[in-house]
Design a protein. Sequence first.
Length: 265
Amino acid sequence: MPEYDDDLRLAHVLADTADAATMERFRALDLAVETKPDMTPVSEADKRAEELIRFSLSRTRPRDAVLGEEFGSEGAGPRRWVIDPIDGTKNYVRGVPVWATLIALTELDEEGRERPVVGVVSAPALQRRWWAVQGGGAYTGRSLTSASRMRVSGVTRVEDASFAYSSLGGWEQRGALEGFLQLGRDSWRTRAYGDFWPYMMVAEGTVDFCAEPELSMWDMAANAIIVTEAGGRFTGLDGRDGVHGGNAAASNGLLHEALLGYVGG
């Protein structure tokens, strides 16, 4: 942890800044919302939060690269900050409190692939925050000094497991809808919490596995290290560990092969 201690503290400061910007405009009657080319919404709060994070990084980590959902990639080098200013924008613009700012720091591994080494997920409308650092475990709490360590569940059977997901549409497009539905039938419980929240529940041990068929790097990086540092496993649907497949499967580790048997490939 000492290797990334300053980076983790900075990530918390960045999250504090983003929380202030997003909460200021949450449920504002005059909130400006646009539709992006991919037909997803973006609010003025998304843009403002990412601008503030980028400005802070330009002063505190000028040598690091940055990738954000709203303003793309900037800089180059072995370290890159990956930002989703509001994960759950559709919830945000409708006044649903399930949304979060995702901040991760990645480094290149021996094969030249990005691996998250720091991750913070901050959901101010829920008054929750989660974080992890490589080799230092995963935590949840109000601050670095007021936190509890997280561990994934010990559930070993699908029929005893709680399964979380975001939506049906992407599975149908992937041709994996039947496997997805069968997983829901076989699981003890299913709930569509959506976005960042299922991954945090996996890390906390309150959900046993989750999966999504289509994601971007900024959707995954912070979630991935929090799940893995809590003792779980985070892969693509092809079973490769990490954040490289454009999709994700996360579990307590004990159920991961079973999960992939339903929705992987």
